[in-house]
Design a protein. Structure first.
Length: 215
């Protein structure tokens, strides 16, 4: 049951983020099955973890942002890319729009951009983590099991990834890409990839070395 609910949430959300332009006017309707799926997942999680207030707090936060991600097209929010009034203070009402969190340098509503942005953060962040986890696990298993020059090669690649200057790469992204959401998504994906590939590589490498009796 939880796997089915997660599939009903993740697949429409990923399709909406990746193929929104291709779906056209029907893009928002793709997310309709995800809204009751989030509610059902929350009820199921609360019933299972009701004895732990820490688990309830965590699942509440996760389900809240999941709900925001799948329901944001149906919320009464202004276009996140449409400029209105630059540097509007929080609570300002102009052009018939209430800027609850103010506006940015281009006059775009910050609240709208924050809620719309959580879709891309979830899709790209989770995707980058899953792909990096798989790559790191495979590399660590290969290096630890085969040993020899395979071990040295994979260890060298892992060390290169860990030593790569993340801040310099972030500055490069800021220079090349002007859109905040794209820059933020790429930054998260890159950092997650480096972290999870390297750490999963090391953990699997150590496990294989112990299995082979090397350490």
């Amino acid at each position: 049951m939880p796997k089915l609910l997660l599939a009903l949430i993740w697949l429409p959300l990923a399709a909406f983020v990746l193929y929104r332009d291709a779906l056209g006017a029907f893009a928002s309707y793709v997310l309709l099955p995800s809204i009751p799926a989030v509610a059902a997942l929350y009820v199921l999680a609360v019933s299972s973890w009701r004895r732990s207030w820490v688990a309830l707090l965590g699942v509440t936060l996760v389900c809240f942002w999941l709900f925001v991600a799948v329901a944001v097209p149906f919320l009464p929010l202004p276009d996140p890319d449409k400029p209105f009034t630059p540097y509007a203070l929080p609570g300002t009402v102009q052009h018939g729009i209430s800027f609850l969190l103010g506006s940015d340098t281009r006059g775009r509503d910050v609240l709208s951009r924050t809620l719309w942005g959580c879709q891309r953060v979830m899709v790209w962040g989770i995707t980058a983590t899953a792909v990096a986890y798989a790559v790191g696990a495979v590399c660590g298993l290969i290096g630890g099991y085969l040993g020899g020059w395979w071990d040295e090669l994979v260890s060298f690649v892992g060390n290169v990834l860990l030593s790569f200057p993340v801040n310099n790469f972030t500055i490069l992204l800021i220079t090349i890409f002007s859109e905040i959401l794209l820059r933020f998504s790429l930054n998260i994906s890159y950092k997650d990839s480096i972290f999870f590939i390297s750490n999963n590589f090391k953990s699997n490498l150590i496990s294989c070395l112990k299995f082979n009796g090397i350490s």
